[in-house]
Design a protein around this ligand. Structure first.
Ligand code: NAD
Length: 298
C-alpha cells in the first residue's frame, strides 16, 4: 500500500507534480488557498483537505510547493501548521525555493518533534514538472532521502542528495545565479550583435556549437530572437531568487558582485511593469539602454 501524500501549493508547479503522483498511484490529500486549483486536482482523483492542519493530520508525507519564504513560514509553523500536526515519524518535504535560513529553521523544528525532514527545491520549470524530468536538489540525511526516493523519481530525473539540512536551497541559489547571469550575458551579446548588423539567430546558431554552448543559450536564445516572452519562469520570481542568493551571500560572507547587479536589473524590470514576462525578458532592459531591439527572426 502506497503512503498517503499531502500536497500543499497547487500553482504552476504544484498542479502537474500532484497529477503525476496521482497517476503513479499515491493517495493524495491536497490544499491551496485558491479553491479552483484544488477542484482541478480533486477532479484528477485527489481528496480535498479542509486546511493545512487537516492535510498534515492525514498524510504520511507532506510536500509543500509555495511561492516564497514567508508562505512556507505561514504553512509550516504555528499551531495550525504542518510541523505541529503531522504525525511524528512521518516526513515533511519542502520543494519551494526559499531562503536557506528559513529552511534550517524548518529542519530544526521538525527534528524537535520527531518529524523527518528534507528541503528539495527543483529546476526544470513547468515543462519538467509536467514530464517528470525535474532536477531535484535535496538537503537532509541519507536515510530520509532513501526512504522517499521513489516519490522523487515520479517527479524528476536527476535527483541528488547534495548535503545536510538546507543544502538543497543553497544549491538552488547557486543554480539561480548561474541561470540569471548567463541570461544577462546572452542578452548583451544578442543586442550587441544586432546593433553591429549581424543576424542574432546566426549568433545563437554558431555559439551553440562552441564553448559558449549551454542550456540557457539553447533554451532561451531563440525565444529572445523570436521575441517570445510568455512566462516559463517569471522575472518577479527570479528577482525573488536572486534576493535569496544575496541574503545567502550576506549570511555566509561571500561577495556576489555581479549577482548584485543582475538582481538590481530584475528589480528595475519589475518596476517597469515587466515582472510577469519570462526571465529572458531581461533583454528588453539592455535593448532600452542600447536604443535598439534584437531583430526578430523571420
Ligand atoms: P505559483 O505562484 O504558481 O504557485 C504557488 C501556489 O501556492 C499558488 O497556487 C498559491 O495559491 C499557493 N499558496 C500560497 N500561499 C498558500 C498558503 N498559505 N496555503 C496554501 N497554498 C498557498 O508558483 P510556482 O511557479 O508553482 O512556484 C512554486 C515554487 O517553485 C516557487 O518557490 C518557485 O520559485 C519554485 N519554482 C518555480 C519554477 C517555475 O518554472 N514556475 C521552477 C522551479 C522552481
Amino acid at each position: 500500500m502506497k503512503r498517503t501524500i499531502g500536497f500543499i501549493g497547487l500553482g504552476i508547479m504544484g498542479r502537474p507534480m500532484s497529477k503525476r503522483l496521482l497517476e503513479a498511484g499515491y493517495p493524495l490529500v491536497v490544499y491551496d488557498i485558491v479553491a479552483k486549483s484544488v477542484e482541478e486536482i480533486v477532479a484528477a482523483g485527489a481528496k480535498a483537505g479542509a486546511s493545512v492542519k487537516d492535510v498534515a493530520r492525514q498524510a504520511d508525507v507532506v510536500i509543500t510547493m509555495l511561492p516564497d519564504s514567508p508562505d512556507v513560514e505561514a504553512v509550516a509553523f504555528g499551531p495550525e501548521g504542518v510541523i505541529e500536526n503531522i504525525r511524528p515519524g512521518c516526513t515533511y518535504i519542502d520543494m519551494s525555493t526559499i531562503s536557506p535560513t528559513v529552511s534550517q529553521r524548518v529542519a530544526q523544528e521538525c527534528k524537535a518533534r520527531g518529524v523527518k525532514v528534507l528541503d528539495a527545491p527543483v529546476s526544470g520549470g513547468d515543462v519538467g514538472a509536467i514530464n517528470g524530468t525535474l532536477s531535484i536538489m535535496v538537503g537532509g540525511d541519507q536515510a530520509t532521502f532513501d526512504d522517499v526516493l521513489e516519490i522523487f523519481q515520479v517527479l524528476g530525473k536527476r535527483i541528488v542528495l547534495v548535503g545536510g539540512d538546507a543544502a538543497g536551497q543553497v544549491v538552488k541559489a547557486c543554480n539561480q545565479i548561474v541561470v540569471a547571469l548567463t541570461l544577462e550575458a546572452v542578452a548583451e551579446a544578442l543586442v550587441l550583435g544586432t546593433k553591429a548588423g549581424v543576424d542574432p539567430a546566426k549568433i545563437v546558431e554558431v555559439l551553440s556549437g562552441g564553448l559558449a554552448r549551454c542550456g540557457v543559450l539553447e533554451n532561451r536564445g531563440m525565444r529572445i530572437v523570436n521575441r517570445d516572452f510568455d512566462p516559463g519562469f517569471r522575472i518577479r520570481l527570479h528577482y525573488k531568487d536572486l534576493g535569496i542568493a544575496m541574503s545567502a551571500g550576506k549570511a555566509y560572507d561571500v561577495p556576489l558582485p555581479v549577482t548584485a547587479v543582475v538582481h538590481e536589473m530584475f528589480k528595475q524590470l519589475k518596476l517597469m511593469g515587466r515582472g510577469e514576462l519570462d526571465h529572458s525578458g531581461i533583454v528588453t532592459l539592455i535593448e532600452d539602454m542600447a536604443q535598439v531591439q534584437v531583430k526578430k527572426h523571420e
